[in-house]
Ligand binder design. Structure first.
Ligand code: FES
Length: 447
């Protein structure tokens, strides 16, 4: 027998939650974790270990699957293997938890569950690459309702490189995955800088960043990806940004300046106070910056004069809200489509694909298990997978973020997303299962 005085393991660190192992034997492991106010454990799951949390001191909030729960001293929570869960200490309270996991075998904490035949937990697909652990090292107000957030590797190491236009997908402590463009210099390897606008339509992501994210917290994130790459062969660049769409554009402008490329920017905002990174833009110099403020000019931004006068060798990069993107698309209809590039952060509201009448049913076959599932006209592939116990990692659920990208082995895809390039859509090696459908009667997916 062994006995322990739990109070001896309690220790806090203002920078990071403190984990102190207590016991580790083949059948069970246990540890004490101490959180300062606002510190958190990001969403994760244990593929084979059941877990028990006992709250020894303090208050916080936990989420297990879809369920959220306030916890207080003496609470005990059981989390079965495979269920995604996370926790945050209340802003006004420290929190001390005793964790007990069984079996006690060594196991990597993962954001993915096992997949394929024989899995006991429901599968999470596609399997994400191993995540980065990032610490929030600075948060500043950049403009009205816009925060600038700086993230660094929590171990102080070098971060994976990124290109102008790239974004990172962050696991927020409430279990959601959100994508944020990187706006700092692509040559910096010690930090990622994001601009995050508070969205009135927030489904939790921007609201959490504005209200819950604090300096010192750690978050998990996937390595940067670039769905909005800059064509380095262009002679010159026209950037059209709306609202928080300035973030990937800012990184592109830094690249233009470093490489001596001519550029011009039209930046549309609802009011001048909402214009983010204006000071940074003024110090970058080089190209011309036109700020359009709806309230000052009593009208929305008109892209026609900008595109009418754009020489053919100029590549156009656009990122902004859906109505602005639709207006730009219309105004750019006369141009070579290969010279006009879009990054959507929400799907157009006038999508011609919308409406069940435009959809037909089809069948998906899951290559790894051999299962066949019918996808009716009024359901998406993602919904059908979820209904059948296959939990797919998703975020926007409207074809803009690329989180649910899934391999396609056979069949013809009807791409309805806003994130694959025209070339990727032609190749059809993958599809966004949240929106895309099949032109053929059957699709074989790499699941
Ligand atoms: S969940 Fe964002 S593209 Fe499917």
């Amino acid at each position: 027998m062994r006995s322990f005085v739990l109070n001896d393991f309690i220790e806090y660190d203002p920078q990071l939650r403190v984990r102190k192992p207590i016991l580790k034997v083949p059948t069970v492991v246990s540890e004490i974790v101490c959180y300062e106010p606002g510190q958190s454990t990001a969403t994760h799951h244990h593929p084979v270990q059941d877990e028990i949390w006992v709250v020894l001191e303090g208050h916080g909030e936990i989420w297990v699957g879809e369920e959220r729960l306030a916890v207080e001293p003496s609470s005990m929570i059981f989390i079965p293997a495979g269920l995604r869960h996370g926790l945050v200490a209340r802003q006004d309270s420290r929190l001390v938890l005793l964790f007990i996991k069984s079996p006690g075998i060594p196991e990597a904490v993962s954001s993915a569950a096992p997949s394929g035949p024989g899995s006991t937990a429901s599968a999470v697909l596609p399997t994400p690459a191993s995540k980065l652990r990032l610490e929030v090292t600075d948060i500043q107000t950049e403009a009205r309702d816009v925060l600038q957030v700086e993230l660094r590797a929590s171990d102080g190491g070098e971060l994976p490189a990124f290109e102008p236009g790239a974004h990172i997908a962050i696991d927020l402590p409430d279990g959601k995955i959100r994508h944020y463009s990187l706006c700092n210099d692509w040559r910096e390897r010690d930090r990622y800088v994001l601009g995050v606008a508070r969205s009135p339509q927030s489904r939790g992501g921007s609201l959490f960043v504005h209200q819950g994210l604090r300096k010192g917290m750690t978050v998990a994130a996937a390595a940067p990806r670039n769905g909005f790459p800059l064509d380095a062969s262009a002679e010159r660049y026209l950037f059209l940004a709306g609202g928080i769409g300035i973030t990937p554009i800012l990184a592109m402008i830094r690249w233009c300046e470093a490489n001596g490329r001519p550029w011009r920017l039209a930046y549309a905002v609802r009011s001048a106070q909402r214009g983010a990174f204006l000071e940074t833009l003024s110090t970058i110099g080089g190209g011309s910056v036109h700020l359009h403020s709806d309230d000052r000019e009593s009208c929305v931004f008109d892209p026609i004069p900008w595109l009418a006068g754009a020489p053919q060798g100029e590549h156009v990069y656009c990122c902004g809200p859906a109505p602005m993107m639709a207006a730009i698309k219309k105004a750019a209809a006369h141009r070579d489509p290969g010279t006009v590039h879009f990054e959507y952060f929400n799907a157009p509201t006038d999508d011609a694909h919308d409406g069940v009448a435009n959809r037909k049913p089809f069948t998906i076959e899951l290559k790894r298990s051999g299962r066949s599932l019918a996808v009716p006209a009024d359901k998406t592939v993602l919904e059908i997978l979820e209904q059948n116990g296959l939990r797919v990692v998703s975020s926007c659920r409207e074809g803009t973020c690329r989180t649910c990208e899934t391999g396609v082995c056979e069949g013809t895809v009807e791409h309805r997303d806003y994130c694959l390039t025209p070339e990727e859509q032609r190749e059809s090696k993958t599809m966004m299962v949240c929106v895309s459908r099949a032109k053929s009667e059957r699709l074989v997916l790499d699941i």
